[in-house]
Design a protein. Structure first.
Length: 100
């Protein structure tokens, strides 16, 4: 097993919120009892980066739904409908992240 994967910590679950401090934006976990900083963004493209970063938990959830739908035991139209619903949700998440 790859050493990066072997020692990887679990991700901070979403949803995440933002906190502006001076010229930096901190992305924080909003569902914890304590203040957990996920990352700090300091660039001239802050808003664009924030949209993508804040969508990360939803993107992961959408990909997981696609994977589960793809390998489900459903068949025929039920399989197709389930997979298409998961794909439609992922498209909405991507659109939200990109600011469509």
């Amino acid at each position: 097993m790859n050493s990066i994967v072997k020692h990887r910590q679990p991700h901070t679950p979403g949803p995440w919120t933002t906190k502006w401090v001076n010229n930096s934006v901190y992305i924080k976990a909003s569902n914890t009892d304590k203040d957990v900083s996920v990352c700090r963004v300091m660039t001239h493209r802050t808003q664009n980066n924030l949209n993508i970063l804040l969508a990360a938990p939803d993107m992961l959830a959408a990909l997981e739904k696609i994977s589960l739908a793809r390998f489900s035991n459903l068949t025929g139209q039920d399989y197709t409908d389930n997979l298409n619903a998961a794909i439609d949700e992922s498209i909405a998440v991507m659109c939200n992240a990109k600011g469509c």
